[in-house]
Design a protein around this ligand. Structure first.
Ligand SMILES: O=C(O)C1=C[C@@H](OP(=O)(O)O)[C@@H](O)[C@H](O)C1
Ligand SMILES: C=C(OP(=O)(O)O)C(=O)O
Length: 416
């Protein structure tokens, strides 16, 4: 199903309640499966969290995680400690192109038997779980933080805990910090000093604990983009968000100041986004290695505003749901953008396309490459030009009711 978004000039003031963070949820689901003293509230209703929940309940010999990267990586570690059970973990054809060798290498060095059933270094994997006796391992930290989180989640279940030594430049660091913070919240001692992380085994009779998952800041990014492209004074409120988030993407509040959007926090439940300034730089430079999931939103926001950008720290984008750097370039070029990409960066020239009105009424069809964030990042551009989003249901990977949510703000969506 494709969706056509007719152009709109302004948005309706509205309140949107977003589902829980999929990153927090998927960590907590694994922790809960290992440590039943944990209960969770406001879990994510995303496909990726449903996949995770189902996989943890599944007793089948083959588990298919579809497109869910966190499920693939976290379940690899989880399966490694299910003693004497053999399982095959597989995923979509894209998942079979997303590397997992760094994590497999670390688990093998801890004594686990893992076999590649297809290409060496990629899913599908056959894993035979065992009681891990070792308590120290080194791992490369420059490819995906999810490998590190995967090991940290099983670490408190090991007899002597785990000491993890990270090598190389650490990517997506806030996601590692999120894991450590959640471990602490459920009563597990875990800390990072320099490039060493140590996690203690869980104590006897841990106290029952309920964790309330904060809503998803990556999902909030699309509302930041909408407000940035809307007229001065436009406002949207979102819940449930708080100051001092565990999610690195909360950096949106600072980043979108550059685009004239201010964020007000109310009672640690609601944020209000307001377009409060139209004074915006002609070019913006940002390093996004801590916040890879909002790179697409920032790139399309810049395009909608005519702002140039130099976005760096993007080396992980090539191995996500699609090659996001290439996908962004191809689709923004359809709208007339002048873009240059490298292996780790994205640059776009400033332009006055929409204000000159040259392309303003041409309906451009945006391909989404099985990537939820391609669909959601381009949708806000309906404030500037009519646009078709192909395969629009792809959004459910992280944001099940995205299309309903933006219609509340006045977006005019027609199913094609
Ligand atoms: O741990 C997590 O929940 C995630 C970590 C990040 O991946 P990388 O560490 O591979 O960049 C992020 O892009 C992904 O959406 C979720
Ligand atoms: C990269 C993402 O997810 P994952 O790696 O968990 O598939 C994402 O949600 O943008």
């Amino acid at each position: 199903m494709d969706i056509k978004l007719s152009p709109i000039k302004s948005i309706t003031t509205a309140h949107v309640t977003l589902s829980g963070s999929k990153s927090e949820t998927n960590r907590l689901l694994v922790l809960q499966a290992l440590f039943p003293h944990i209960t969770i509230t406001n879990t994510s209703n995303s496909d990726d969290s449903t996949v995770m929940q189902n996989a943890l309940n599944d007793t089948d010999a083959v588990i298919n995680v579809h497109h869910a990267g966190t499920a693939m990586r976290f379940l690899t570690a989880y399966s490694a400690i299910q003693q004497n059970k053999t399982v095959v973990l597989t995923g979509s054809s894209r998942m079979q192109q997303r590397p997992i060798g760094v994590l497999v290498k670390a688990l093998r060095s801890l004594g686990v038997t893992i076999t590649y059933l297809g290409t060496e270094g990629y899913p599908p994997l056959q894993i035979t779980g065992k009681k891990i006796k070792a308590s120290a391992v080194s791992i490369a930290a420059n490819v995906s933080s999810q490998y590190i989180t995967a090991l940290l989640l099983i670490a408190p279940k090991l007899k002597n805990g785990l000491q993890l030594t990270l090598s190389g430049e650490i990517t997506s660091l806030p996601y590692i910090n999120m894991t450590l913070a959640l471990l602490n919240q459920v009563g597990i001692e875990a800390k990072m000093q320099g490039n060493t992380i140590s996690v203690q085994p869980i104590g006897v009779n841990p106290k029952p604990v309920n964790i309330v998952v904060e809503s998803d800041w990556s999902s909030a990014s699309y509302f930041y983009a909408i407000v940035a492209l809307a007229p001065l004074g436009s406002t949207v409120s979102l819940s449930s968000f708080k100051e001092g988030s565990l999610q690195g993407d909360a950096a949106l509040a600072t980043i979108y100041n550059n685009f004239g959007v201010t964020t007000h926090f109310h009672n640690n439940t609601t944020i209000t986004l307001t377009k409060s300034s139209t004074s915006i730089p002609s070019t913006i430079n940002l390093t996004l290695n801590n916040t890879p999931d909002i790179a697409q939103t920032i790139a399309t926001t810049c395009f909608g505003l005519g702002v140039g950008c130099n976005l760096t720290g993007l080396h992980t984008l090539k191995i996500k749901e699609t090659d996001r750097l290439q996908a962004l370039k191809t689709e923004l070029q359809k709208l007339g953008a002048i873009v240059t990409i490298t292996n780790n960066s994205f640059s776009m020239q400033p332009h006055s396309l929409f204000s000159d009105n040259k392309n303003a009424n041409k309906v451009v069809s945006i391909a989404t490459y099985n990537d939820h964030r391609m669909a959601m990042a381009f949708a806000p551009l309906a404030l500037k030009t009519p646009i078709i989003i192909e395969d629009a249901a792809v959004v459910s990977k992280s944001f099940l009711d995205f299309w309903e949510a933006i219609q509340k703000l006045g977006f005019a969506a027609t199913k094609l």
